[in-house]
Ligand binder design. Structure first.
Ligand SMILES: [Ca+2]
Ligand SMILES: [Ca+2]
Length: 476
């Protein structure tokens, strides 16, 4: 049995090398780009045109789809109520079969008894799972880093070391290990733990979401780390860093990226004081730090936190800052940072600064010397990658929560009105199409194996050119 399982793992790994989308951003560098061809550039979710399948989710869904090993994973809440035995508000990760949307299993998590301070009602799971070697790594609404078998109990085997599952039916999750960040490193997540893990080799990097309490003044755990590295096999802590200490402006909701910069493998993380930091990935040694705010800025009016994910591309880190969507619109900043520099590189590492962006929670997409950025005020920008010079801006007329995604020679971006715009990849704005998803899109269009996976607030669509869904799901 063990030998057979090992072969299955090898098969998963080789699939992942082809065209899966096994993590937030597709690769550890988090650049929102795919070379996939043949994706639909228009579709109709009501008529079922170019819709391969649709799956029902909870009422709010923030955990972006990831695709690996023939499985699609998403994070949502429990308002669908798939399992009457697990009722009430919970965070939920659902697994579907990639080929036909068949529901496979779900992991549900009770809300923390401490309530909204740590675990906001009905937000569900906001972590986008990492799929590696047949295991899904994600962060629950309870601040736990979870490793779960992507086959659940469909393989009739309970993987461990974790064996304490009370429910072991086909629809239940098979956990491999659980690392509780609130217990183990004392993190106090502000409103929600949301990090999307990233791995290099056997190391797993996760943001703790440590933050303020509900007073928005006190920091209950100033000694808790911002970022941790875990052993992917055992779930044990390898290193941690707390450079932020008691300077957390609010929460810590950015997620780390990993890449080689100037010959050094770095993990890059944007933290609660509005600074971005680069670490030697294997040891946790801090290499550089960069302040994303002007020195004369004042929280919360002009000084921002960072919620978007850093992108590593050819030795440079690209990042936008912004604030919790609840804080509304305001000024923002985007930067290109030379991550080969060391120490405080706020001045020395600044390659360019784009200050015409508004507060942003979106991650960058880069290809062919162009960078696409989006902001919470609804503006979709295309800049020259080397100079930061603006080529064009498209007004979406609705808040943008997700990130632009380059798929082949098109760029896709969704908004809060549920519209997804498709534009040509290029320095001249050319709109290809716009279609509505039926409810708000808080996520990013995910390309994998010839299909686009698009999540609105309460449904997951698999879009494939030429597909026709015979019985489109009724609108909810
Ligand atoms: Ca299993
Ligand atoms: Ca298990």
């Amino acid at each position: 049995m063990r030998v057979i399982f090992a072969f299955v793992l090898v098969a998963f790994t080789s699939v992942a090398l082809s065209a899966d989308w096994p993590m937030w951003g597709g690769t550890p560098a988090r650049n929102m780009v795919s070379s996939m061809t043949g994706a639909p550039t228009e579709w109709d979710v009501k008529a079922g045109k170019n819709v391969k399948w649709v799956a029902e989710l909870g009422s709010q869904s923030y955990g972006n789809p990831t695709v690996g090993g023939g499985v699609v994973l998403i994070g949502t809440n429990n308002e669908l109520g798939r399992d009457p035995k697990q009722a009430g508000d919970r965070g939920v990760v659902m697994a579907f079969r990639e080929s036909n949307g068949e529901f496979l299993w779900q992991a549900t998590f009770d809300k923390l008894s401490s309530g909204r301070a740590n675990d906001w009602p009905f937000q569900g799971i906001a972590s986008s799972p990492l799929i590696a070697d047949g295991i899904a790594y994600f962060v629950s609404n309870r601040g736990q880093v979870i490793a779960a078998d992507i086959d659940g109990f469909h393989d009739n085997e309970n993987h461990g070391p974790y064996q304490e599952e009370k429910l072991t039916g086909k629809n239940d999750p098979d956990f491999v290990w659980v690392f509780d960040m609130m217990e183990e490193v004392g993190s106090f997540p502000h409103n929600l733990s949301n990090s999307s893990p990233v791995a290099h080799g056997n190391l797993l990097f996760v943001s703790t979401s440590n933050g303020q309490d509900e007073s928005h003044v006190n920091i209950p755990s100033p000694k808790a780390p911002s970022i941790i590295a875990l052993d992917r096999t055992t779930g044990k802590l390898v290193w941690e860093d707390n450079s932020v200490e008691d300077r957390i402006l609010h929460g810590q909701w950015s997620t780390p990226a990993v890449g080689e910069v100037g010959g050094v493998l770095q993990v890059v993380h944007a933290q609660g004081d509005g600074w971005v930091r680069g670490y030697e990935a294997l040891t946790g040694k801090k290499l550089w730090e960069f302040d994303t705010n002007p020195k004369d800025s004042v929280w919360p009016k002009t000084r921002n936190e960072v919620i978007s994910t850093p992108v590593i591309y050819e030795n440079v880190v690209y990042i936008s800052n912004g604030q919790d969507p609840e804080h509304g619109e305001g000024v923002g900043h985007a930067y290109a940072i030379d991550a080969t520099k060391r120490g405080d590189i706020t001045e020395s590492g600044r390659l360019w600064h784009f200050d015409r962006i508004r507060r942003s929670i979106s991650t960058a997409a880069i290809k062919d010397g162009l960078i696409y950025l989006a902001d919470f005020s609804g503006f979709f920008h295309c800049l020259d990658l080397k100079t930061g010079q603006l080529h064009w801006t498209h007004d979406m007329f609705a808040a943008i929560w997700g990130s632009p995604m380059i798929v082949g020679d098109r760029v896709y971006l969704g908004d809060e009105d549920g519209d997804i715009v498709v534009v040509e990849h290029g320095k001249t704005l050319k709109i290809v199409s716009e279609q509505n998803m039926g409810s708000s899109v808080y996520s990013t269009v995910v390309p994998a194996n010839g299909t686009l996976f698009v999540m609105n607030r309460n449904q997951l669509y698999a879009l494939q050119q030429g597909a026709q869904l015979q019985k489109p799901s009724a609108e909810r």
